[in-house]
Design a protein around this ligand. Structure first.
Ligand SMILES: Cc1ncc(COP(=O)(O)O)c(C=O)c1O
Length: 457
C-alpha cells in the first residue's frame, strides 16, 4: 500500500516558530502612527496589544521558542497531517504530484487556532480580562472564542454582517465557546454608528469590523484587541504549519516545486510558505503562489502603499498591498478573503519577487471544491477552495507541459459550516464578480494623501 498521509508524532512538533523577518533580503518598513505619520514604537501599540505580542511583532529573531502551555494546547490538533492527493491527481490525469497540509483538523475547523491559542496565552499572562476581535466568515472568531475559553478570558466578536446572516452556525460555535458575537456594522460603537448613518444597509467588511473591535478595546484598560491575520506576530505563529510540512515532505522523500495558499490577510499562505521561502531566499527554485479572489484582488491589482488596516482609520498605517481602506468587496462566500489589505510580510515577499500572486473567480473555486470533495473526500471552506482551484490549474498546466511537478498546498479549513454556500452554488445563485478598474481607482483616492513607502519595486 502506498503512503497516503505523513504524520508526525507529538514529540516531533516544532518547538520554535520561524520569523522570516530575520531573513528578508532587505528590512521591512515600519508601521506608522495614524495621527503623526511617524514610525510606531512599542508604546504606540500598547493600548491595543499586550507588550509580549508587540515584542514579537517587532522581532527580527529567526526562531522564537513556543511556550510549553501553547504546545500543550497545540497537541489537541497538531501536528496536522500532510496528505498525498492521489485521487485528485487521478481525477485530473496529471503527472504532477499533489500534497496538501490539512489544517481543517483543529476543533474550530481551520488554521486560525494556531495563532488564536498563542494570542490568548500571551494576553492571559499579561493580565488581559477581555479580548475583542473581528471576523469575516467566522473561522477566526470561532477559533479565538475557543482559545479564550481555554484561558478564562472574555471574548467579544464583531462579525461582518453579510457573513453573520450567511453563516448562523459559526455564531453558534462562538456562543458555545462562551463568546459574544455581534453583527457589524453595529450600533454599539461610534465607528459602527457612523458607518450606518452613511449606509444603513451596509453588508459590512472586515475593515469596518476591525474599527468596531479596536474602539471597544481601547475603551477599557483590561481589554485588548486581537487580529486573526495580517500582522507579523500572526504570521510567526502560523509558521508552525510550514515547519511541520518541511519535515513531512522529507518523510515523503519529496520537495515542492510549487507552493500554493489562499490569501485573505495572508496568514495560512505565509504559515505554509515562509519556511520554504527561506530556502528560496538562499537560492532554491520554488514557485510560491498566493491566491486571492478576483473580486478582492489586493495583491494582483492593488498598489504597495501605506494604508490603514480598518475603515475608520484607527489602526497604524501598514506598508502593504491595498485596495484602500474604504473598499467594500462583493459579498462572495469566501468571507475570510474579503479584506482590502494584505500582510506586510506577504506584500514585501511579493515586492522582492519571492512570492507571486494570482486571482480566481468565485465559480471556478466552487467547481474546484467539488472536484476535490469528489476525489479526496474533504469538503473545503470557500476560502480554501481558492488554493484548490489554483492547484488544479497548476496540475493541468503540468499535464499540458508533460512535467512531473510536485505541488504542495495549504488546505486551510473545512467547509462543513459553509454548506449554505454550496447550496447557493447548486441552486445557481452564485456568480463571478467583475471588478471595474474605476471602482478600484475611486477607492484608492482615499489613500492619496497618506505617506508613501520607500520601496517601489
Ligand atoms: C479557511 C480559511 N482559509 C483562509 C482564510 C484567509 O485568511 P488568511 O489569509 O489569514 O489565512 C480564512 C479566513 O478566515 C479561512 O477561514
Amino acid at each position: 500500500m502506498k503512503a497516503k498521509k505523513y504524520v508526525l508524532t507529538e514529540q516531533e512538533m516544532p518547538r520554535q516558530w520561524y520569523n522570516i523577518m530575520a531573513d528578508m533580503p532587505s528590512p521591512m518598513e515600519p508601521p506608522l502612527h495614524p495621527g503623526t505619520g511617524q514610525p510606531c514604537g512599542p508604546d504606540d501599540l500598547s493600548p491595543i496589544f499586550p507588550m509580549n505580542l508587540i515584542e514579537q511583532e517587532m522581532s527580527t529573531q529567526a526562531f522564537i521558542d513556543i511556550p510549553e502551555e501553547i504546545l500543550d494546547k497545540y497537541a489537541i490538533w497538531r501536528p496536522s497531517p500532510l496528505f498525498r492527493a492521489y485521487s485528485l491527481e487521478k481525477a485530473l490525469d496529471t503527472p504532477a504530484k499533489i500534497y496538501y497540509k490539512n489544517e481543517g483538523v483543529s476543533p474550530a475547523g481551520s488554521h486560525k487556532p494556531n495563532t488564536a491559542i498563542a494570542q490568548a496565552y500571551y494576553n492571559k499572562i499579561a493580565g488581559t480580562k477581555k479580548i475583542t476581535t473581528e471576523t469575516g466568515a467566522g473561522q477566526w472568531g470561532s477559533a479565538l472564542s475557543m482559545c479564550c475559553s481555554f484561558f478564562g478570558i472574555e471574548c467579544k466578536v464583531f462579525m461582518v454582517k453579510v457573513s453573520y446572516n450567511q453563516k448562523p452556525y459559526r455564531r453558534l460555535m462562538m456562543e458555545t465557546w462562551g463568546a459574544n458575537c455581534t453583527p457589524s456594522p453595529s450600533n454599539e460603537t461610534r465607528a459602527g454608528r457612523s458607518i450606518l448613518e452613511k449606509d444603513p444597509d451596509s453588508p459590512g467588511s472586515l475593515g469596518m469590523a476591525i474599527s468596531e473591535a479596536v474602539e471597544e478595546a481601547v475603551s477599557a484598560d483590561d481589554t485588548k484587541y486581537a487580529l486573526g491575520s495580517v500582522l507579523n506576530h500572526v504570521m510567526i505563529h502560523q509558521s508552525v504549519i510550514g515547519l511541520e510540512a518541511v519535515k513531512q515532505m522529507k518523510m515523503a522523500g519529496d520537495y515542492p516545486d510549487v507552493i500554493i495558499g489562499s490569501a485573505g490577510g495572508g496568514s495560512n499562505f505565509a504559515g505554509l510558505a515562509m519556511p520554504f521561502a527561506r530556502d528560496k531566499i538562499a537560492g532554491k527554485e520554488i514557485d510560491i503562489i498566493a491566491v486571492e479572489p478576483a473580486s478582492c484582488p489586493t495583491l494582483t491589482r492593488g498598489p504597495f502603499a501605506y494604508d490603514f488596516g480598518d475603515t475608520v482609520q484607527m489602526t497604524p498605517l501598514l506598508p502593504m498591498h491595498t485596495l484602500g481602506h474604504n473598499f467594500v468587496p462583493a459579498p462572495i462566500h469566501a468571507g475570510g478573503l474579503r479584506y482590502h489589505g494584505m500582510a506586510p510580510i506577504v506584500s514585501k515577499l511579493v515586492m522582492d519577487g519571492i512570492v507571486r500572486a494570482e486571482s480566481v473567480q468565485q465559480m471556478e473555486t466552487f467547481e474546484a471544491g467539488l472536484t476535490f470533495a469528489r476525489s479526496e473526500g474533504y469538503i473545503s471552506a470557500p476560502e480554501c477552495n481558492h488554493a484548490v482551484a489554483m492547484t488544479i490549474r497548476e496540475a493541468l498546466k503540468a499535464k499540458e507541459e508533460g512535467k512531473e511537478k510536485t505541488i504542495l498546498f495549504n488546505w486551510s479549513g473545512h467547509g462543513l459550516v459553509d454548506l449554505g454556500a454550496y447550496e447557493s452554488y447548486f441552486q445557481g445563485k452564485l456568480s463571478d464578480h467583475d471588478l471595474p478598474q474605476d471602482v478600484i481607482d475611486a477607492a484608492l483616492k482615499d489613500i492619496e494623501g497618506l505617506p508613501k513607502p520607500k520601496q517601489t519595486k
